[in-house]
Design a protein around this ligand. Structure first.
Ligand code: TXA
Ligand code: MG
Length: 321
């Protein structure tokens, strides 16, 4: 059932969460499928609803003013600084877990992922609930993350009892994940908080997974994948490649930062030259590609900076199969 974001809906959701049930909630990045992080049975319902392997760790979402030390054994000074500067917001930090954090939440790891989201509806929910909410993206395992309440329903169906509709997600790609493990700071997943923004807060550049032994267990190839195959292109290659595919008889879709004409294409989408709009509408377009039964979606790889880093990362994963 989809409900609005009124106080009545929040009360209904909190009641269900206290009973150990799962509730889908909006966040500024993507919709999450939430359960009480201190209730192992409730957390197991998330995995069942998503069809996700139980050894995949979840992010614990906390309210503004929550004490990180209730969840992490040790909070490095640089982690505190990032949290201070960038929370609430699309940032997840990975820290050594406090002994009280359920292994069901951390996938049995010695670390825990924590995020204080900025979406006002999520914050009202967290404040009324009073504890931590474990929540992965509210999609079936391996599929595209939902950015509207309707996406959650069409993907999870009756596996989720309640979806709070907080409108379309403003950012549209998942949070930036930064790990603080054994004195090393590493970006495990790029997001709206860019490497440049993190470097500005910390006063030095930081590495990404490519240069680190630290691994994110959920970072599988062929994640965030639509059914439609994707072909990733530089902007100046799209018109020619699109034309080739159209003349071969394919139902072709085109997704680019700035509109590119491909005569005979079934769908042509663009982001008006704005990388923020590209990110916000990316998953919607991947879903639309499936809905239009395209044979192939030709997508522009945006410039490798700022939010473009996260968009390229998701496109690469969506294109791999
Ligand atoms: O924006 C987001 O982060 C959204 C919203 C709902 O908050 N959540 C989200 O959750 O994207 P999920 O579960 O789809 O992705 C979380 C990622 C997974 O790849 C998981 O493996 C990784 O975070 N992760 C969680 N805990 C971890 C840990 N202790 N060590 C390494 N990676 C971890
Ligand atoms: Mg996910």
């Amino acid at each position: 059932m989809i409900v609005d974001d009124s106080d009545r809906s929040i009360r209904l959701a909190v009641g269900m969460l206290r009973e150990g049930r799962v509730v889908a909630m909006p966040t500024e990045t993507v919709y999450g499928l939430a359960a009480d992080a201190s209730n192992a049975e409730a957390v197991s319902r998330i995995f069942a609803a998503k069809g996700r392997p139980p050894d995949h760790p979840l992010i614990v979402h906390l309210g503004i003013g929550a004490n990180l030390r209730d969840w992490a054994r040790h909070v490095p000074e640089e982690a505190s600084r990032l949290a201070e500067a960038l929370w609430p917001g699309p940032l997840t930090v990975i820290l050594e877990r406090h002994a009280s954090v359920l292994p069901e939440v951390t996938g049995g790891l010695g670390t825990v992922a924590i995020r204080i989201p900025a979406h006002p509806v999520t914050q009202r929910l967290l404040e009324s609930f009073g504890g931590g909410l474990a929540a992965p993206s509210a999609n079936r395992f391996g599929r595209v993350s939902p950015t509207t309440a309707r996406d959650v329903c069409s993907d999870l169906g009756s596996a989720v009892d309640l979806v709070i509709d907080g409108g379309p997600c403003e950012i549209g790609v998942e949070s930036t994940i930064v790990a603080f493990i054994e004195g090393e700071v590493t970006i495990l997943r790029p997001g709206a908080i860019s490497p440049e923004a993190i470097a500005r807060v910390l006063g030095h550049p930081i590495g990404t997974t490519a240069h680190s032994p630290v691994r994110a267990p959920g970072m599988l190839a062929s994640h965030y994948a639509p059914t439609t195959p994707l072909e990733l292109c530089m902007p100046d290659e799209i018109a020619l490649r699109g034309a080739e595919l159209v003349s071969a008889g394919a139902r072709v879709g085109v997704l680019a930062l700035v509109r590119i004409e491909v005569p005979g294409a079934t769908a042509i989408w663009d982001a008006g030259g704005d990388i923020g709009i590209f990110a916000r509408s990316l998953y919607r377009h991947l879903r639309q590609a499936d809905a239009e039964a395209l044979d192939i979606l030709v997508v522009e790889l945006p410039p490798d900076e700022g939010l473009g880093v996260a968009v390229r990362d998701r496109l690469r994963r969506a294109a791999r199969r």
